[in-house]
Design a protein around this ligand. Sequence first.
Ligand code: COA
Length: 121
Amino acid sequence: MSEARSLEVVFPGDTNHLGTLFGGTLMAWMDRAAYFAASRRARGTVVTRKVDELEFRVPIHVGDFVELVATVEAEGRTSMSVVVEVHREDPADGARELCTTGHFVMVCVNDDGTPREIPPL
Ligand SMILES: CC(C)(COP(=O)(O)OP(=O)(O)OC[C@H]1O[C@@H](n2cnc3c(N)ncnc32)[C@H](O)[C@@H]1OP(=O)(O)O)[C@@H](O)C(=O)NCCC(=O)NCCS
Protein backbone atom coordinates (compact mmCIF):
# COMPACT_ATOMS: atom_id res chain seq x y z
CA MET A 1 0.00 0.00 0.00
CA SER A 2 1.15 3.51 -0.76
CA GLU A 3 2.33 5.76 2.06
CA ALA A 4 3.48 9.37 2.29
CA ARG A 5 5.14 11.20 5.17
CA SER A 6 5.58 14.92 5.59
CA LEU A 7 6.96 17.20 8.28
CA GLU A 8 5.89 20.67 9.33
CA VAL A 9 6.78 23.06 12.11
CA VAL A 10 4.13 25.24 13.76
CA PHE A 11 4.89 28.96 13.44
CA PRO A 12 2.91 31.71 15.21
CA GLY A 13 1.05 32.50 11.97
CA ASP A 14 -0.35 28.93 11.97
CA THR A 15 -2.05 29.28 15.36
CA ASN A 16 -5.35 30.44 16.83
CA HIS A 17 -5.69 32.87 19.75
CA LEU A 18 -4.84 30.06 22.23
CA GLY A 19 -1.43 29.62 20.63
CA THR A 20 -2.29 26.17 19.29
CA LEU A 21 -2.36 25.02 15.69
CA PHE A 22 -5.44 26.30 13.81
CA GLY A 23 -7.63 23.34 12.83
CA GLY A 24 -8.18 24.64 9.29
CA THR A 25 -4.44 24.77 8.69
CA LEU A 26 -4.02 21.22 9.98
CA MET A 27 -6.88 20.03 7.74
CA ALA A 28 -5.08 21.53 4.72
CA TRP A 29 -1.84 19.76 5.71
CA MET A 30 -3.77 16.48 6.11
CA ASP A 31 -5.48 16.91 2.75
CA ARG A 32 -2.07 17.44 1.13
CA ALA A 33 -0.67 14.31 2.84
CA ALA A 34 -3.68 12.29 1.60
CA TYR A 35 -3.06 13.72 -1.87
CA PHE A 36 0.60 12.61 -1.84
CA ALA A 37 -0.23 9.03 -0.79
CA ALA A 38 -3.13 8.61 -3.24
CA SER A 39 -1.40 10.33 -6.14
CA ARG A 40 1.70 8.19 -5.62
CA ARG A 41 -0.50 5.07 -5.80
CA ALA A 42 -2.59 6.28 -8.76
CA ARG A 43 0.42 7.72 -10.60
CA GLY A 44 -1.53 10.85 -11.43
CA THR A 45 -3.92 13.49 -10.23
CA VAL A 46 -6.43 12.78 -7.49
CA VAL A 47 -9.15 14.89 -5.88
CA THR A 48 -10.67 14.74 -2.42
CA ARG A 49 -14.22 13.31 -2.52
CA LYS A 50 -14.92 12.87 1.20
CA VAL A 51 -13.40 13.59 4.60
CA ASP A 52 -14.65 11.51 7.48
CA GLU A 53 -14.02 10.94 11.16
CA LEU A 54 -11.70 13.87 11.57
CA GLU A 55 -10.80 13.82 15.23
CA PHE A 56 -8.71 16.45 17.00
CA ARG A 57 -7.62 14.59 20.14
CA VAL A 58 -4.73 16.70 21.46
CA PRO A 59 -3.77 20.33 20.70
CA ILE A 60 -0.52 21.06 18.89
CA HIS A 61 1.54 24.01 20.13
CA VAL A 62 3.59 26.69 18.47
CA GLY A 63 7.15 25.40 17.89
CA ASP A 64 6.06 21.76 17.77
CA PHE A 65 7.19 19.54 14.94
CA VAL A 66 4.25 17.86 13.19
CA GLU A 67 4.59 14.57 11.34
CA LEU A 68 1.80 13.51 8.99
CA VAL A 69 1.59 9.91 7.82
CA ALA A 70 -0.93 9.11 5.07
CA THR A 71 -1.60 5.52 4.09
CA VAL A 72 -3.79 4.15 1.30
CA GLU A 73 -5.66 1.45 3.19
CA ALA A 74 -8.13 0.30 0.53
CA GLU A 75 -8.87 0.94 -3.10
CA GLY A 76 -11.76 0.47 -5.49
CA ARG A 77 -11.95 1.04 -9.24
CA THR A 78 -11.27 4.81 -9.14
CA SER A 79 -11.28 5.65 -5.42
CA MET A 80 -8.90 5.12 -2.54
CA SER A 81 -9.46 5.21 1.19
CA VAL A 82 -6.61 7.06 2.88
CA VAL A 83 -5.99 7.29 6.63
CA VAL A 84 -3.96 10.24 7.88
CA GLU A 85 -2.34 10.20 11.32
CA VAL A 86 -0.81 13.33 12.81
CA HIS A 87 1.80 13.22 15.57
CA ARG A 88 3.28 16.18 17.40
CA GLU A 89 6.88 16.07 18.50
CA ASP A 90 8.23 18.33 21.22
CA PRO A 91 11.59 19.52 19.85
CA ALA A 92 12.91 19.97 23.43
CA ASP A 93 12.74 16.30 24.42
CA GLY A 94 11.57 14.41 21.32
CA ALA A 95 8.35 13.29 23.03
CA ARG A 96 5.75 12.24 20.46
CA GLU A 97 2.02 11.79 20.70
CA LEU A 98 -0.82 11.04 18.32
CA CYS A 99 -2.93 14.20 18.01
CA THR A 100 -5.28 13.91 15.07
CA THR A 101 -6.61 11.27 12.71
CA GLY A 102 -8.75 11.51 9.60
CA HIS A 103 -10.17 9.34 6.85
CA PHE A 104 -10.17 10.62 3.28
CA VAL A 105 -11.70 9.28 0.07
CA MET A 106 -9.54 10.34 -2.86
CA VAL A 107 -10.60 9.78 -6.48
CA CYS A 108 -8.15 9.36 -9.32
CA VAL A 109 -9.10 11.72 -12.19
CA ASN A 110 -8.29 12.50 -15.80
CA ASP A 111 -7.17 15.96 -16.93
CA ASP A 112 -10.83 16.97 -17.33
CA GLY A 113 -11.63 15.99 -13.73
CA THR A 114 -13.61 12.83 -14.58
CA PRO A 115 -12.87 9.63 -12.62
CA ARG A 116 -10.08 7.45 -14.02
CA GLU A 117 -9.36 3.82 -13.23
CA ILE A 118 -6.48 3.27 -10.81
CA PRO A 119 -3.68 1.51 -12.71
CA PRO A 120 -2.65 -1.94 -11.46
CA LEU A 121 0.32 -2.12 -9.10
C1 COA B 1 -14.63 13.21 -7.18
C2 COA B 1 -15.49 13.29 -8.44
C3 COA B 1 -14.60 13.43 -9.66
C4 COA B 1 -16.27 11.97 -8.52
O1 COA B 1 -17.13 12.07 -9.62
P1 COA B 1 -18.47 11.18 -9.64
O2 COA B 1 -19.17 11.47 -10.91
O3 COA B 1 -19.21 11.34 -8.35
O4 COA B 1 -17.87 9.73 -9.76
P2 COA B 1 -18.43 8.34 -9.27
O5 COA B 1 -19.84 8.42 -8.80
O6 COA B 1 -18.06 7.38 -10.35
O7 COA B 1 -17.50 8.02 -7.99
C5 COA B 1 -16.13 7.87 -8.14
C6 COA B 1 -15.63 7.02 -7.01
O8 COA B 1 -15.83 7.70 -5.78
C7 COA B 1 -16.56 6.86 -4.88
N1 COA B 1 -17.41 7.71 -4.07
C8 COA B 1 -18.25 8.67 -4.51
N2 COA B 1 -18.86 9.23 -3.47
C9 COA B 1 -18.40 8.62 -2.35
C10 COA B 1 -18.67 8.77 -0.96
N3 COA B 1 -19.52 9.69 -0.51
N4 COA B 1 -18.00 7.97 -0.10
C11 COA B 1 -17.13 7.05 -0.54
N5 COA B 1 -16.82 6.87 -1.86
C12 COA B 1 -17.47 7.65 -2.74
C13 COA B 1 -17.35 5.94 -5.77
O9 COA B 1 -17.74 4.77 -5.06
C14 COA B 1 -16.36 5.68 -6.86
O10 COA B 1 -15.39 4.76 -6.39
P3 COA B 1 -14.96 3.41 -7.20
O11 COA B 1 -14.75 3.77 -8.65
O12 COA B 1 -13.66 2.99 -6.55
O13 COA B 1 -16.06 2.43 -6.98
C15 COA B 1 -16.50 14.48 -8.34
O14 COA B 1 -17.44 14.20 -7.32
C16 COA B 1 -15.81 15.79 -8.06
O15 COA B 1 -15.19 16.37 -8.93
N6 COA B 1 -15.93 16.26 -6.80
C17 COA B 1 -15.25 17.52 -6.42
C18 COA B 1 -13.80 17.20 -5.98
C19 COA B 1 -13.14 18.43 -5.42
O16 COA B 1 -13.33 19.54 -5.90
N7 COA B 1 -12.39 18.22 -4.32
C20 COA B 1 -11.77 19.33 -3.61
C21 COA B 1 -10.50 19.80 -4.24
S1 COA B 1 -9.33 18.51 -4.56
